[in-house]
Design a protein around this ligand. Structure first.
Ligand code: FES
Length: 128
């Protein structure tokens, strides 16, 4: 609930870090990720964006999960998250609080909201 009502990693203005954006093609919402990477570790990450409660919560929890992780660890979490939301096999022990989105694929509209963070993070990981 706190991740929706008061997201820990949400900012109101752009940060001077690597930036990755994703614009929804299913609704009017958008996500801007600001990533600070030091020595192959995601030392901080913030987001700015507009979206629904599922979007806010999934984005905030994902960012919480990958802060202070190496790019490889973050990539593993991201891959397992995508497998989970798309109804494939995944390693639950890697996902912590992200497991609350386990059945999000049962509602296509909500799936779209929960996948926005993964779409933006894919751009970052795929550049590595
Ligand atoms: Fe747009 Fe959920 S309705 S992100």
């Amino acid at each position: 609930m706190k991740h929706y009502a008061n997201p820990l990693h949400k900012v109101d203005k752009d940060m001077p870090w690597e930036t990755y954006e994703y614009y929804s093609d299913a609704c009017v919402d958008e996500l801007h990720l600001f990533i600070k990477e030091e020595k192959n570790v995601i030392s901080d990450i913030k987001f700015r964006g507009v979206g629904c409660a599922i979007f806010l919560a999934s984005t905030d929890i994902m960012l919480d999960s990958i802060i202070n992780k190496s790019i490889e660890e973050a990539s593993l979490i991201l891959d397992n998250y995508k497998n989970m939301i798309y109804g494939k096999d995944f390693n639950e022990s890697l996902l912590g609080n992200l497991n609350i989105f386990k059945n999000v694929d049962k509602n296509f509209n909500r799936l779209h909201c929960a996948e926005m963070v993964s779409k933006a993070l894919d751009k970052f990981i795929n550049k590595k």
